[in-house]
Design a protein around this ligand. Structure first.
Ligand code: ATP
Length: 446
C-alpha cells in the first residue's frame, strides 16, 4: 500500500482546460460526481457518483448489458468476486509484469510514469530524473486474521480473469458451443502512478468486459466484427462521429501473446484517449490457467470430440471513461435571450431523468396535487422527478443542465382544461397535451 506521504506527493495532473473545468463543476453542482471523502480533503484517484451520476452510470451499464447480453444469443453474463486466489495473478502474468516504470524528479521530488513524460518535469520544469524502476499496480490486501504471506490477496486489476477462471463452470452449466462469450461488469483497482483527468484515470473504477471464445480459424473475422460492433455502440448512444476514432496498435505495442489490438479513442478535452480496447488474445489465458491450476480448460467439440483451446476476443471498456465521454459529448452551451443556456444533450437511453413534473405555482394546492399525481403515475414507466423549489424559468434551466428530456408543467388552466404543457429539452418547443394522454405521448417518444 502507498503511504499517505506518497499519496500527497502525487501531483494533480488535471488539465486546466476550460471545458473540463465546466464539466467537473457542473458534475459537483448538480450531483453527478463528487470527490471521494471530500470532507477529509479527498482521496486522489477515487470519485463518488451522486444521485444523478448514479443514475447515469447505471444507464451506461444497462445499455451495455442490453446490447451485449440481452440482445444477443451468444453471450451470457457473470458477476465474479473482486478477491481471487492469488495464483490467478501468477497465471495471468500480473504478479510479474503488471507494472509501470516510475521516475522521480530530483528537483521537486514528484513521481511520474516514465512513458507519460515528455522531456521536462510537468510540475517544476527541471530535466533531472532518477533511474526508472518497476512499480506493480496491484493493490495488496490481507485475507483472514493472520497477517502472513499466505494471506496476501490482491484487489483485481481487471475483471477479465474472473471470466477465464469460470470458463469451465459456464460451459458445463450452459452447454454453450463455440463461438460464445461471457460478459461482466465490475469494479477493478489499479494503483495508478498518476491518477487524473477527473474520472478518466482512477485507482478504483469499473470495467465492462467481454471474453468471446471462438475457433482459432475464425478469430480474425470475429475480431473485426467486435471492433465494428463496439464502435457503433458508442455512436448509437449519441457520441458524435467526429469525436470517435479507431487506433490500431503497432506490433511493438502488443503483448507477446496478442495477435492484434485496436483502441476506440474519444476526443476528450485533454486529447484523444482510450475508451475501450478490443484485443485478439489468442489462446493464451485459457492455456495459462490450465497450466497453473492443473485443470483442463479445453473446449471439446460435441460433434467431432476434438479438443481445442479457443481463441479469445476481448472488448474491454471502462464504465467511468464511457460516462465521462457521454458527459463531454452531451455538454452544449447556447445563448437564449442573451443568457447562456447549458444543456446536457444525453440520448434518451442515457438521460438520468426522462421527465420532470413542475407546478407553475407551488402555493396553489390544486396545481401541486395534480402535478404530484401526474408524477406518481409517470414514475411507473419513466425515471421522473417533481420539483417546485424555484420559479419555472429556473426550473427549466436546472432540468436542461442535467439533460432531462421533457418537462411537464401544470398551470392554472390545467385545472380547467385538464391539459398540461410538455416542453422539449433540445428545441424548447412547448405543446399542450391532455393529462390523460401524457403517458401515451411520452411512451411513443421514448
Ligand atoms: P491506459 O493505457 O489508459 O492505462 P489500459 O490500456 O491499461 O489503459 P486496459 O487494461 O486495456 O487499459 O483496460 C481496459 C479499459 O479499462 C480501458 O480502456 C479503460 O476504459 C478502463 N480503464 C483502465 N484503467 C483505468 C483507470 N485507471 N481508470 C478508469 N478506467 C480505466
Amino acid at each position: 500500500m502507498l503511504s499517505k506521504n506518497f499519496l500527497a506527493k502525487i501531483p494533480q495532473l488535471m488539465q486546466t482546460n476550460d471545458l473540463m473545468e465546466k464539466i467537473v463543476s457542473l458534475c459537483k453542482r448538480r450531483g453527478f460526481i463528487f470527490q471521494s471523502s471530500e470532507i477529509y480533503g479527498g482521496l486522489n484517484g477515487a470519485w463518488d457518483y451522486g444521485p444523478l451520476g448514479a443514475e447515469l452510470k447505471r444507464n451506461v451499464k444497462n445499455a451495455w448489458w442490453k446490447a451485449v447480453v440481452h440482445e444477443r444469443e451468444d453471450i451470457v453474463g457473470l458477476d465474479a468476486s473482486i478477491l481471487m486466489h492469488p495464483r490467478t495473478w501468477d497465471a495471468s502474468g500480473h504478479t510479474a509484469n503488471f507494472a509501470d516504470i516510475l521516475v522521480d524528479c530530483k528537483k521537486c521530488n514528484n513521481r511520474f510514469r516514465q512513458d507519460h513524460l515528455k522531456g521536462k518535469c510537468p510540475v517544476c520544469g527541471a530535466n533531472d530524473f532518477t533511474e526508472g524502476r518497476a512499480f506493480n499496480l496491484m493493490f495488496k490486501t490481507q485475507v483472514g486474521a493472520v497477517e502472513d504471506e499466505k494471506g496476501i490477496c490482491y484487489l483485481r486489476p481487471e475483471t477479465a480473469q474472473g471470466i477465464f477462471v469460470n470458463f469451465a463452470n459456464v460451459l458445463d452449466s450452459t452447454h454453450r458451443r463455440l463461438p460464445f462469450g461471457i460478459a461482466q461488469i465490475g469494479k477493478s483497482f489499479r494503483n495508478e502512478v498518476t491518477a487524473g483527468n477527473f474520472i478518466f484515470r482512477c485507482r478504483e473504477f469499473e470495467q465492462m468486459e467481454i471474453e468471446y471464445f471462438t475457433k482459432p480459424a475464425d478469430a480474425e473475422e470475429c475480431h473485426k466484427a467486435w471492433i465494428e460492433a463496439r464502435f457503433n455502440w458508442y455512436l448509437n448512444l449519441g457520441i458524435k462521429k467526429e469525436n470517435l476514432q479507431l487506433r490500431v496498435h503497432d506490433k511493438d505495442e502488443l503483448a507477446h501473446y496478442a495477435k492484434g489490438c485496436s483502441d476506440i479513442e474519444y476526443n476528450f478535452p485533454f486529447g484523444w484517449s482510450e475508451l475501450e480496447g478490443i484485443a485478439n488474445r489468442t489462446d493464451y489465458d485459457l492455456k495459462q490457467h490450465s497450466q497453473f491450476s492443473g485443470k483442463d480448460l479445453q473446449y471439446q467439440d460435441p460433434v467431432t470430440n476434438e479438443k481445442i483451446f479457443p481463441y479469445v476476443i476481448e472488448p474491454s471498456g471502462g464504465v467511468d471513461r464511457a460516462t465521462l465521454a457521454f458527459l463531454v459529448d452531451a455538454y452544449h452551451e447556447e445563448t437564449v435571450n442573451e443568457q447562456t443556456r447549458v444543456v446536457l444533450r444525453f440520448s434518451k437511453e442515457l438521460a438520468p431523468i426522462k421527465v420532470a413534473v413542475l407546478p407553475l405555482l407551488k402555493k396553489n394546492a390544486d396545481i401541486v396535487a395534480l402535478a404530484k399525481n401526474i408524477k406518481k403515475d409517470l414514475q411507473k414507466s419513466f425515471s421522473c422527478v417533481y420539483d417546485d423549489t424555484a420559479a419555472i424559468g429556473k426550473l427549466y434551466r436546472r432540468q436542461d443542465e442535467v439533460g432531462t428530456f421533457y418537462c411537464v408543467t401544470v398551470d392554472v388552466d390545467s385545472l380547467e382544461d385538464k391539459q398540461v404543457t410538455v416542453r422539449d429539452r433540445d428545441t424548447m418547443t412547448q405543446i399542450r397535451i391532455p393529462v390523460d394522454n401524457i403517458k401515451q405521448y411520452l411512451a411513443e417518444k421514448f
